[in-house]
Design a protein around this ligand. Structure first.
Ligand code: SR1
Ligand code: MG
Length: 419
């Protein structure tokens, strides 16, 4: 790990001179650097993000800052996180080709990644707020989650290679620590950086007084912190997906870590449910149609996940787990074992889903789906539905049979008034 002594945070003015010295990027941009235009567009919580428009092409440059951008330098954050992000991008590109931006250049000392500019895609969260449907979204995301889960695990990888990778990523400490507090813990007490819509007070008090709920969330945190089933994206929400009307890509895997296989699809589902519950604050006459479309995405996403996972189980089960020597080579089928594993993944995903539904309303980093509903008298009842369904998922994670039942549950909570 470098000491980052020569680290320089770039600006739109200073970046071209640096990139002119990076042959893989300068050659792609084309022409002289004084013909390039640079715009800093980072609107996330942590990093600088530059769009560099050259003569022949456009490139994205992402640079880590030594602190949490959302909060400022009172919350330092190590630069080495870019090292892990670039490793995550490389692995995701191998495990699901075409699903993530192409990597052009990584500069460890400057914590900087140059990569493909994905256009004309826009952040999926924006499309969901605007009521724009995306063809093929569910299949793409379900397959992405299944391929990265399966191919990053010892169902597929050689045991030594997987353990070496777990060792590598275990050097990434502070980023998982953010998830451990912001996602799993802070919702359930009055943590320092928390904030929520004031009208939610009675519902928040109800959740925070529920000992079983807190215990179940901590049980999931224990799994998250100690279960290294696979390499997860770690922050797979609708702000980490870019789409056109027909094509999608996954970006921004800096929260990568080894964790349970249900983590990514659980977090993703929560973000679709939050898009669903927030829709009355954004839509008029097309409300029902668009809400039903979101629920159909959730159902089809799990269908695609399961179908792809079973396909990989049949065709790529080359790791030390569930070896063919124990099943097929004995004339015995292993599909029952695969279904049982999928049931465990589903249970974890449902609990993670509920926990994520809480943290986006109650802790530091909220989402635009609700935040852009300016009138809190409209926003609070929608957030309350989301919080209460989240609690039911955390407490009864094992009781939701499938995605169709999950969708029915969402329809039922969508009609209720909790304030
Ligand atoms: C301080 S970071 C807050 C959140 O932003 C990232 O996108 C992750 O979701 C993290 O939890
Ligand atoms: Mg992010």
């Amino acid at each position: 790990m470098p000491d980052h002594q020569d680290y320089t945070p770039f600006s739109a003015e200073s970046l071209p001179a640096y990139l002119a010295g990076v042959a893989t990027v300068a050659g792609r941009l084309g022409g002289a650097s004084d013909n390039w235009t640079v715009t800093e567009v980072g609107d996330g919580n942590l990093n600088l993000v530059f769009i560099v428009r050259g003569v022949d092409a456009t490139v994205i440059v992402k640079q880590a800052l030594p602190y949490v951008r959302l909060v400022g330098d009172s919350w330092p954050l190590p630069l080495y996180r870019a090292f892990f992000e670039h490793h995550a991008l490389r692995r995701q590109a191998e495990r699901d080709p075409g699903s993530v931006p192409e990597l052009y250049h990584f500069d460890e000392g400057n914590a900087l990644i140059a990569m493909e500019f994905i256009a004309p895609h826009v952040i999926l969260r924006r499309k969901l707020i605007n009521g724009e449907k995306v063809e093929g979204l569910a299949g793409f995301l379900g397959r992405f989650c299944a391929r990265t889960a399966f191919r990053g695990s010892e169902l597929s990888m050689a045991s030594a290679a997987k353990k070496a990778d777990v060792g590598l990523f275990s050097g990434n400490v502070e980023i998982p620590a953010i998830t451990e507090s912001l996602v799993f813990t802070d919702s359930y007490y009055d943590a320092e950086r928390n904030h929520h819509t004031p009208e939610l007070a009675p519902v928040v008090a109800r959740l925070r007084s529920d000992v079983a709920l807190k215990a179940r969330a901590q049980r999931m945190l224990m799994k998250f912190a100690s279960n290294t089933e696979t390499m997860v994206h770690g922050d797979l929400h609708s702000g980490s997906i870019m789409s056109t009307g027909t094509e999608s890509r996954v970006i921004d895997p800096e929260f990568v870590q080894y964790a349970p296989m249900g983590f990514d699809i659980g977090m993703l589902t929560a973000n679709f449910l939050m898009a669903y519950f927030s829709q009355p604050g954004h839509r008029g006459e097309d409300l029902d149609d668009f809400q039903e479309w979101i629920l159909s995405v959730i159902c089809e996403c799990f269908d695609a996940f399961e179908a792809e996972f079973i396909h990989l189980w049949r065709t790529e089960r080359t790791g030390m787990l569930y070896p063919r020597a124990l099943f097929e080579d004995q004339g015995q089928e292993s599909e029952g074992a695969c279904k049982a594993l999928l049931a465990d993944i589903w249970g974890d995903a449902m609990a993670i889903c509920g926990i994520e539904m809480h943290r986006r309303i109650l802790t530091l980093a909220h989402n635009a789906d609700f935040e852009e509903i300016g009138d809190t008298a409209i926003r609070a009842p929608l957030e309350a539905r989301n919080l209460m369904m989240g609690a039911e998922l955390v407490l009864g994670a094992g009781d939701v049979a499938d995605a169709f039942q999950l969708a029915d549950m969402a329809r039922s909570f969508n009609k209720r008034d909790f304030l």
